[in-house]
Design a protein around this ligand. Structure first.
Ligand SMILES: NC(=O)C1=CN([C@@H]2O[C@H](COP(=O)(O)OP(=O)(O)OC[C@H]3O[C@@H](n4cnc5c(N)ncnc54)[C@H](O)[C@@H]3O)[C@@H](O)[C@H]2O)C=CC1
Ligand SMILES: O=C([O-])CC(=O)C(=O)O
Length: 272
């Protein structure tokens, strides 16, 4: 590889951030260099740094935006703007994992456009975004996603807490909420990243239909998608093995970021 490495910053050293940081630290992503992280405390940063071959600085979100070319957001959804605004204001690239937080946020796209920044939503825990983007070149008629999760993954969602639902005592699968992705995202912000990414790639959040199920028989988050379009009809299904650090987050999510970063510099690119 010739040229200067892309300077990567990581905001949030949780399931996704720590896994991508380790891959960068081990030199597994050619053309990218881990420059700095933002952690919830200096203690957490020091503890994490001790596991790396090369220590990196722990910076504020503003300094991370200034020092890096590309910043991976791997934060709780409510922290999204705290990193998105400085990164996009600095004209840098934001890799957004809390995809639900991008719904209805044309202002962020406009900010990126004005400042020369970019927003990337990796495939994350979803499959088939290549096919849906290709279908969207023609006419997509219908997209429906059914997300099924072990009840404990949904237990702290605003909708469940507000309605006092005791999902953990369920004996069989229950559809907790159905509607458009826009409707469901308000109530399950940490559980609809996959649906949000799907909707942004295809019909948009107001026309993509969604059901969210609590299913006590499941070990893995499971997503089933049906698409009808003038080029093809397709159905997709994925069962995500939980990551070690956060059982609500599939292991494939961080791997999709690593694959994206590798692809940025690859000569041979496969897939849309
Ligand atoms: N796009 C997709 O397919 C998927 C997206 N996600 C979303 O990605 C985001 C990150 O997911 P995970 O890594 O699993 O979350 P996580 O909960 O494992 O990690 C979040 C990290 O952010 C840290 N943090 C909290 N406040 C902070 C602050 N002020 N400054 C710096 N760090 C702070 C926490 O200490 C924690 O280490 C979540 O919003 C999650 O819902 C998760 C799975 C799939
Ligand atoms: O399947 C996963 O790992 C994550 C998930 O449901 C989401 O964030 O939408």
């Amino acid at each position: 590889m010739v040229g200067t490495p892309v300077r990567i910053g990581i905001a949030g050293i949780g399931a996704i951030g720590s896994s991508v940081a380790r891959a960068l630290d081990r030199g597994e992503i050619v053309g990218c260099e881990l420059v700095a992280i933002s952690a919830r405390s200096q203690n957490r940063a020091a503890e994490f740094n001790a596991t790396l071959n090369s220590r990196v600085s722990c910076l504020s979100f503003e300094d991370l935006a200034r020092e890096c070319d590309t910043v991976l957001e791997g934060l709780p959804p409510q922290m999204f703007d705290a990193i998105a605004l400085p990164v996009l204001s600095a004209g840098k690239t934001l890799i957004a994992m809390s995809a639900s937080q991008l719904l209805g946020r044309e202002d962020l796209v406009e900010l990126a456009r004005r400042m020369g920044g970019r927003i990337v939503v990796p495939s994350g825990a979803m499959l088939g975004l290549d096919a849906i983007k290709a279908a969207a070149v023609g006419e997509i008629r219908k997209v429906k996603i059914r997300t099924r999760k072990p009840p404990r993954s949904l237990a702290t969602a605003p909708y469940v807490v507000r309605n006092g639902l005791n999902l953990e005592s369920l004996k069989e699968a229950v559809c907790v909420l159905r509607g458009t992705v826009s409707d469901v995202a308000k109530e399950f912000p940490a559980n609809v990243n996959v649906a949000a990414a799907l909707s942004l790639a295809g019909l948009g959040p107001d026309r993509t239909q969604m059901e969210i199920w609590a299913d006590p028989s499941l070990m893995f988050n499971t997503h089933n998608v049906d698409v009808e379009s003038d080029s093809s009809n397709f159905s997709m299904s994925i069962q995500n093995r939980p990551s070690d650090e956060n059982p609500a987050t599939g292991r494939i999510t961080a791997q999709s970021v690593i694959a994206y970063l590798r692809q940025m510099n690859s000569i041979l690119r496969v897939g849309t």
